[in-house]
Design a protein around this ligand. Sequence first.
Ligand code: BMA
Length: 813
Amino acid sequence: MPHAPEANEKIHDLSDGWNVTDGRHSAALPVPGDVHSALLDAGIISDPYWRDTETALDWVHETEWTATKFFDLAAKDDAPWTLSFDGIDCAADVWLNGVLLGQVQNRFLRQDFDAGDALVAGENCLKVVFHSNSKTAERMAAASDYPVPYIKWNNRLAHYNFLRKPQCDAGWDWNIALSPLGLCGPVTLKCSTLARLDDVMVRQHHAPDGKVTLELDLHYTAFAPGLVETELTCDRKTVRHEARVWPGNGKTRATLTIDKPELWWPAGHGRQHLYDLKLRFGTEHRTLRIGLRQVELVTDPDDTGHRFLFRVNGREIFMRGANWIPADALPARATPEAVRDLLTSAVEANMNMIRVWGGGQYEPDWFYDMCSELGLMVWQDFMFACNLYPAHDREWLDSVRLEARQQIRRLSPQPCMALWCGDNEVIGALSWFEESKANRDHYVAVYARLNAVLEEAIAEAEPDVAFWPSSPSVGRLDFGDGWHDDSSGDMHFWDVWHSSKDFEHYRTVRPRFCSEFGFQSFPSNRIIASFTEEEDRNVSSRVMDVHQRNPGGNSRIVETLARYFRFPDRFEDMTWLSQVSQALAMKTAIEFWRSSKPRTMGTLYWQLNDTWPVASWSSLEYGGGWKLTHYLARKFNAPVLVTAQPDETSGEIVLWAINDTTESVNLHVTACRVSMTGTITDIGAWACHCPTDRAVEVARIPLGLIKDDEFLNFSWQDADGSHIGDNDYLPRRPKDFRFAAPKIHVEDEGESIALTCDLPALFVTLDHGGSDVWSDNGFTLLPGIPKVVHRIRARGGIHGDRQIRHLGRQGSK
Ligand code: BMA
């Protein structure tokens, strides 16, 4: 906890030594942690991810649980004592020595209780009585004076839209519905003298002369009138001042100017320089790690509509990334190590932004610390998704107001923060339900209340980043269709997956910023083996259906295979081919939209990671292994890329060069056509100057030049060899090629693998489901051109399927 108070002997960490029981079962409860994980560790429940175990565990979230912690206090002085929980999930009563300190129902709040009267010298007993969240949700919905519908096909558990809890805990179209409960962060007991420091709001002002002034609002609770000394230290400079405080909540401002700042940059644009900002408020100490940067959301009008892009330190930056969902359906497993691994993989796939999606959670401090270190910018949603919300209830709305306030302040020091966004798809949800279709005015008015509270929380806190009302959204106070309008705002483009359109359909829109689009695949055979018996390993088995949460999802994967590929004979080839199919879909969309730069200035695909072993849109399977899409992302997200795009009107294939680096590049581009029988014929060579602000045309190739059974292969490099790459374009679907049977020779030297072939091979995959990360996988192999692949990160050394696969007559060979 980098933001935890330090050097204060009056702070007691109460995170260890908890037990939890329902009267029949008892287990040690690690904090942070959840009851399911505790029961699993104690051998009371079996693995929730195994086969169809899920519903057999419903009793856990339907039961009341009591977590208990005993602690000793040597002496109790008369000063104010505060008991703080960094997240209680979710509906619970907090008791200290038989005294009810409070009732809570918002997992996204830090809960502070005045413990003074209940605390005793000697042994104390702290209890958190968790009510069944499922029953609480039912009760709240029944008590509501009008219906607030939730997305039934997505949420197996009902009415979680009433709870301030990760919405995907009730099930989602990729998530198991376990409804975990527990304590999500440290528990502390703190003794204050005059005042207690609650939140710190950090702003940075960049002056035209380059100096940066840090402005900190220190939000406190004072217990008596008096003077509190504050001290700020950063970049070898210290400033002090005295704040006069009065009982109650207040704030005092402290500023410090950094004369020669080193700026923080997103990945690929410069260093991620971080400063330690040390802060003292009376006797309380905190250290914040900050980075200095300016982030603007640019939405000015242009000929098309309105631009949508991020400008960082004055530079307009194309954002390449993906959507982030919670790292595990069992919160205890979302450890810093597991999360760092996933975020590292994002950067290795040339991403510079992730979107923390609104159906999950505000992540812990260390998550944002990692993003700041790695240069991954964060588009942060407020936690509302795909449901309608009871914003007519003032008590509920007050809790949301507090949540927004705390979270905005908590994340304010983080240079990775790029945007606060009101919600995920709640505007769209207004037209999904019978109730809201029948009385749209009413539901729009209630939605507008919720959105206004969030906008006001931003206006009040004045963070360094902008507020965007919703994702997708066409613009402020616009309740229009962000799914199909590609002229303004951010877009969710789901027609290919959810409406079964062809991959080529991605080329029918040019979003200003595509914040969601995706295509599903199966996890690898190794991951499937982790949750199935042999008999389940069939694409339409019940267990495979249970591990697919989007109705009809497995059929859509299979049907798409039939559209693009020859059908595989074996289940274990089908899982691989589904990953080829997903990778092809994402390559089609992203390369086209990158070639639309600067009209398009961002592509965040759905979704980076998985919460459990499941067929889904993720590019990293459960456990963090790279699916083929992730390997292709490393290539289609390369800062310098050449891509081939069909020009429907002229019938030509156009080569486009895209440069997202900081400097223009001069590329030498060559292209050839490759026949399945192995003949490689040069087409041309071109010199291309590629600036950073737009994609440029390199060459036009008449489609007729490429014969049946030929595909286009092209490569590029700059003068000093820092940007080298190659790419293909298949004018026909893979199934329309007469694949020969190439012989692939492999020399496996452990850390590197060399491959050669006698005939062209596409999507050559040397490791399906292995744990380690290779420099390439799913590549094209041409006769006479050896390929050497290196292990770039060892992640456990587990081998997946090391049988070499590539496209062939039966889908794979
Ligand atoms: C989106 C997301 C999620 C969902 C995904 C796939 O629009 O916001 O709600 O999981 O689509 O359907």
